[in-house]
Write a protein that binds this ligand. Structure first.
Ligand SMILES: [Zn+2]
Length: 410
């Protein structure tokens, strides 16, 4: 039997039937429904000769031993957010399962091929995304903090994961899983509007954005809204408003996909009869290039100081969170482009705004690339998430071609 992309679509519908309800997918990690989905996946791969194992971080592996040691990894996550879509994560896993079956049917592959279903990519229950992949990549460093986390029902993270034989003290032992990894491939829905707007089914992901997240606080002086003349005010919101609008210019100037967002502003005292004394702004800046990201941040800091001066304010910056950009492997990007052009008319290269398990694997030094397939209306993390069936089938074909091409190079 050859590759059957139609079977992937049918299996995704079957999984949705089994583990979803009228509100969407309910495969939240570390729950019975998640476990049910994983057992169902085992059944789908029974008889392929792939050996199933669960590592110390709860990641589910299917290993098809090859003639040589280096391993091609294909990954995804079967967990979903509550009321999630039918494709986020599970497309990756089921397309990978189809490719694994195709390879298994052709006899012993020249290299080892492994499918991994990462544990708790979404972080929906405990707010810690990329749990399994960060453990395997060795970048998980927040165990002490994770020990204190509880879900909405008051169940602690250690208790929830203990039910699946996972322990924070030993989770990092999953690192050995990447020892033999020679390449990592992941297919995912785009979860954004770019490919749809270009009318293209598939694209190659160049990497994941680096993020600079800051709180920017402008300070002025509270004063009576009636008695304070306009030219005597120190209005903190004026500084924030100028910065908000200038962000568009900064992003445009830096270019190459740069995005800047002022996601929130809290004003104090926040009453209609007072000039604003403090404006606390939440700023998120993203870029695929670390130098450009730093340039964008410097630009924003410089203009904020200029606006503060113009408005007679003080301004303070505090970093809330930072993650470096992760750039995928150049050679695999080329192979992915060729694979896409083989099954669809043309390809497109784009960065990923959201983080993915692939970023953790790349960070661990494994050559990595991702394929994106078009998302309708750019929607995800909702039951409205969807992709045309013909595009899903093309995506399975592209992943299969990419797997073959990659094996040839290992
Ligand atoms: Zn996902």
């Amino acid at each position: 039997m050859a590759l059957s992309p139609e079977r992937t679509v049918a299996e995704l519908r079957e999984l949705q039937e089994l583990t979803g309800d009228e509100n969407g997918a309910q495969r939240v990690a570390w729950t019975d429904t998640w476990q049910q989905a994983r057992e169902w996946l085992s059944g789908k791969l029974a008889g392929t000769g792939a050996e199933e194992t669960i590592d110390a971080a709860g990641n589910q592996w299917f290993t098809l031993a090859g003639d040589s040691e280096p391993a091609l990894l294909i990954g995804g996550h079967i967990d979903s957010v509550p009321n999630g879509g039918w494709l986020d994560g599970s497309l990756n896993v089921m397309a990978g399962a189809e490719v694994l079956r195709r390879i298994a049917e052709e006899g012993t592959p020249p290299v080892t091929v492994r499918l991994v279903d990462w544990a708790d990519e979404e972080g929906a229950r405990f707010g810690r995304s990329l749990f399994g992949s960060s453990a395997a990549a060795g970048s998980m460093a927040d165990q002490d903090e994770l020990r204190r986390r509880k879900d909405a029902e008051g169940v602690s993270l250690p208790d929830a994961i203990a039910r699946f034989d996972v322990d924070l003290d030993t989770a990092l032992e999953a690192r050995t899983e990447l020892d033999s990894a020679a390449a990592y491939l992941e297919l995912h829905i785009e979860q954004g509007p770019v490919l749809e707007s270009l009318d293209l089914p598939l694209g190659v992901v160049l990497g994941t954005f680096g993020v600079e997240r800051h709180q920017v606080t402008f300070r002025g002086q509270a004063a009576h809204a009636g008695s304070t003349p306009m030219d005597k005010r120190r209005d903190a919101l004026a500084g924030a408003a100028k910065l908000e609008l200038e962000l568009r210019e900064i992003a445009a100037r830096v270019g190459e996909g740069a995005v800047c967002t002022m996601g929130g502003v809290v004003t104090k005292p926040g009453i209609v009869t007072s000039v604003v004394e403090t404006a606390e702004c939440l700023l998120d800046q993203r870029h695929l290039d670390a130098v450009k990201l730093a340039e964008m941040l410097d630009n924003a800091k410089a203009v904020s100081r200029r606006f503060a001066q113009e408005e007679d304010l003080e301004v303070e910056w505090e970093r809330i969170w930072y993650i470096e950009p992760i750039v995928f492997d150049g050679r695999l990007i080329e192979l992915a482009d060729e694979s896409i052009r083989e099954v669809a008319a043309s390809s497109h290269r784009l960065p990923s705004g959201p983080l993915h398990d692939a970023a953790e694997v790349a960070r661990a030094g494994v050559p990595t690339v991702m394929l994106f397939v078009q998302s309708l209306r750019g929607l995800s993390h909702t039951k409205l998430e969807d992709t045309k069936e013909e595009h899903l089938e093309l995506s399975v074909q592209a992943l299969d071609r990419l797997a073959s091409r990659t094996i040839d190079t290992l």
